[in-house]
Design a protein. Structure first.
Length: 358
């Protein structure tokens, strides 16, 4: 008996219709595309605003310098002129006191003679503010020089992201009031395009008033009888401390980073007869070159992160989602087309007749 080839009667199948993707890929592409398209606006409108806020764990140390300055040496009771002054500011975030909406920062500034090390002044400020708008709030121990009764308003050390060409109200620790900081033009600092803002403070009485100082310090050894504020027994005179100054800030509008700053300040003693008797501080502090470079680098890094979260990721999500939906459409069309080998069935050979035996 002759052996039979079981495949002899079938026509071979060809790949004329091409390979077809598995049926599960279509629904998966549709689901993924729809998800990514939905995710794109969420990244832009929900995720990015929650991430792009003031940090709670900030730590920053900056140094300002002043040349040819004048200040009153409290230890010797003499006025020094032509001095070099250094102001070192340390900014630290209080993570435990902060939350998702409010940040708490502590600022401490030491001002002293760069040559003799003589301490001129110490300033401290604790601020609580909205992490998105930068508006100060009076909560969580906010204080100026340890005084929690000071009501802080406006904005403080942190500027809002997306600074505009307009006037901002910035809290001034010297006068303990908020004051207008006016937009004054566009410049470049360390290669960064910045907005320049200027805040001017007219002569204002600051600190506890009145303050008593020796009459000799004011060249008032023997004031006339009835001189206002003079105590003949103690030999001192009541004075007001009067401050005036100008603060200039160069702010990166993308990130709210102050790339540079200059503080011009003048403090004098005024007797009760309205006469300015003695200048006790006259200096112009400017941010160091190293700190300007460091702030410019950090601002560029932060700006790239903001663009990534606000623009790149949402566009990438939307583009990939649209591409997946288009691919799913073409896969669905391919699945509906009839196969060429299914339209014309292959002819079958007749089965061989059985052999006849003699």
């Amino acid at each position: 008996m002759r052996a039979h080839d079981h495949g002899a009667g079938r026509a071979p199948r060809t790949g004329g219709g091409g390979m077809r993707p598995p049926r599960a890929l279509g629904p998966a592409a549709v689901a993924s595309g729809a998800f990514l398209l939905t995710l794109a606006p969420l990244l832009r409108l929900q995720v990015a605003p929650r991430i792009i806020v003031a940090p709670a764990d900030v730590y920053q140390r900056t140094t300002l310098h002043a040349e040819d300055a004048t200040y009153l040496d409290g230890r010797s009771g003499t006025v020094r002129r032509g001095a070099r002054i250094t102001a070192v500011n340390t900014l630290r975030g209080d993570v435990r006191a902060s939350d998702g909406r409010t940040a708490v920062w502590d600022s401490f500034t030491w001002i002293g003679d760069a040559d003799t090390g003589t301490e001129i002044d110490i300033q401290s400020q604790r601020v609580a503010f909205d992490r998105r708008t930068a508006r100060l709030v009076n909560a969580r121990g906010a204080a100026v020089d340890g005084d929690t009764r000071v009501r802080q308003s406006g904005i403080g050390p942190f500027w809002p992201i997306g600074v505009r060409k307009r006037t901002y109200h910035v809290f001034d620790t010297k006068t303990r009031t908020r004051r207008a900081m006016v937009f004054a033009g566009v410049e470049r600092v360390q290669g960064v395009r910045v907005y320049k803002f200027v805040q001017r403070t007219e002569p204002t009485v600051v600190g506890p008033s009145p303050t008593r100082v020796p009459a000799s310090l004011l060249d008032l050894d023997k004031p006339r009888p009835g001189f206002p504020g003079y105590d003949a027994e103690r030999g001192d005179v009541a004075v007001d401390k009067v401050y005036e100054g100008t603060v200039t800030a160069w702010v990166d509008p993308r990130t709210g980073t102050r790339i540079d700053q200059r503080q011009e300040s003048r403090t004098l003693l005024r007797t009760k007869d309205g006469v300015d008797r003695l200048v006790v501080a006259d200096l112009v502090l400017r941010l160091s070159d190293a700190d300007r470079r460091d702030r410019a680098i950090r601002a560029d890094r932060t700006a790239r992160t903001i663009v990534l979260l606000r623009v790149v990721l949402p566009l990438a999500s939307a583009g990939l989602g649209a591409a997946l939906l288009v691919a799913a459409y073409f896969m669905a069309r391919a699945a509906r087309r009839p196969r060429p080998d299914a339209a014309i069935p292959a002819p079958r050979e007749p089965a061989p007749e059985p052999e006849k035996h003699a």
